[in-house]
Design a binder for this molecule. Structure first.
Ligand code: GDP
Ligand code: MN
Length: 380
């Protein structure tokens, strides 16, 4: 889960990393009030789950509350890389002497956390890595040894930071960033820019913070930060109902049980000359409620023209799934053609239940390929 800048900064603050004071605003009026409360010059920052906001006009300095309101007016509703701005972070403006870059992420190849630090921050780090790799200090932290202060010193010297006061402050920030990275089960903690003010104070001016979805159960406070409004409506419904749902670009909605089966169903649809519109994975479940939820979510996607149910039942029982399909059709007004392929536990019973129901939008197929061909035909 990606966090907004202001949420990442909230976590930075909890772990003792210095950030500027700020307030959240969703209207120009709130932005004005926030600027008034903060006092002095402020920066109005678009809160979107993408980078490059500065270049896109999503970050503006304001000398007065009125100006903050005007910038808010201009930035709210702006489309930044496909993300529409609905929230602003109004922050006390900082004077900047230097912009550095600091991050910690996973190096999956090395199976270790990887720190990167450079004095050439502010801009795209990819550019620095590509054009001036010697300016980018990199350092791995072994998860079993944990973080050691000498590592931070090595990183700081490697990046060529030679001012003793900066060294001291950045050392503390590196240590805290590692604590945040581990403590929040993060996949990425990035500070770009990490600034030095003219007075020599070092602080995080931006934050990019990604938390491992699979660890969110350990962090209910972070899980709550998820902004459901940032997702398309079907994805929001899927999250609320705990259904695994992925949006794709074609016409056939797919429901399967188990990631492997779902992936091969996508391939078979392609083989049959069609394109998947989306897919849901029922996992090991497949009770009537789960089937109803998934079917509602799949059919809510306006691109869906037909639906393919591909069930290979082990723990799941096909008769249960069949009853789920019928229950869903009773409860909703789904009229899409639904092609069903059952195999495994109680497949025969499941097929019989569907045939007995005599619904003309349900088509029973006996093999995966036949089912895929039928679903593609029906989507045409
Ligand atoms: P990003 O473009 O999405 O990475 O957003 P950032 O938060 O990194 O801001 C982009 C740039 O805006 C920074 O690199 C700064 O140069 C500038 N900026 C942001 N906040 C301030 C501030 O408080 N004062 C000044 N002078 N510039 C700022
Ligand atoms: Mn940035």
């Amino acid at each position: 889960m990606d966090l907004y800048e202001y949420q990442g900064k909230e976590l930075f603050k909890r772990f003792g990393i210095p950030v500027s004071a700020g307030r959240l605003a969703t209207t120009p009026e709130e932005a004005r009030t926030a600027a008034e409360e903060i006092g002095g010059q402020v920066v109005v920052k678009a809160q979107v789950l993408t980078g490059g906001r500065g270049k896109a006009g999503g970050i503006k300095l304001a000398d007065s509350p009125e100006e903050a309101g005007q910038h808010a007016e201009a930035i709210l509703g702006l489309d930044i890389n496909g993300h529409v701005v609905r929230k602003l972070w109004i922050e006390q403006a900082s004077d900047i002497a230097h912009e550095y870059y600091l991050s910690v992420t996973f190096d999956r190849g090395e199976k270790k956390a990887l720190f990167m630090l450079t004095k050439e921050g502010g801009i795209d780090i990819e550019e620095v890595a590509a054009n001036r790799p010697e300016a980018l200090a990199r350092l791995h932290v072994d998860p079993l040894e944990g973080f050691q202060p000498y590592q931070a010193r090595r990183l700081i010297y490697g990046a060529g930071i030679d001012d003793p006061s900066e060294q001291k402050q950045i050392l503390a920030i590196i240590e805290k960033l590692y604590a945040a990275f581990v403590g929040a089960d993060s996949m990425l903690c990035e500070i770009n820019p990490l600034i030095v003010t003219p007075e020599g104070e070092v602080k995080a001016l931006d934050s990019k913070f990604t938390v491992d979805d699979n660890a969110l159960y350990k962090h209910p406070d972070i899980a709550e930060m998820r902004d459901l409004e940032a997702y398309p409506p079907e994805e929001r419904a899927a999250r609320e109902k705990d259904v695994t749902y992925v949006k794709l670009d074609g016409e056939v909605g797919i429901l399967g049980n188990g990631a492997g089966l779902v992936m091969s169903t996508l391939d078979v649809i392609a083989l049959a000359g069609g394109r998947p519109a989306n897919f849901c994975d029922l996992g090991g479940g497949g009770d009537a409620q789960g089937v109803t939820d998934a079917l509602e979510i799949i059919s809510a996607d306006p691109q869906v023209r037909s639906i393919l149910f591909n069930i290979f039942a082990g723990i799941t029982r096909c008769d249960e799934v069949a009853r789920g399909i019928l229950a869903a059709l009773d409860k909703t007004n789904i009229e899409h053609p639904i092609v069903v392929r059952f195999d495994g536990t109680n497949a025969e019973e499941g097929r019989q239940i569907l045939l007995d129901a005599g619904r003309d939008n349900i088509h029973v197929a006996s093999t995966m390929l036949e089912a895929a061909k039928r679903a593609v035909e029906l989507a045409a």
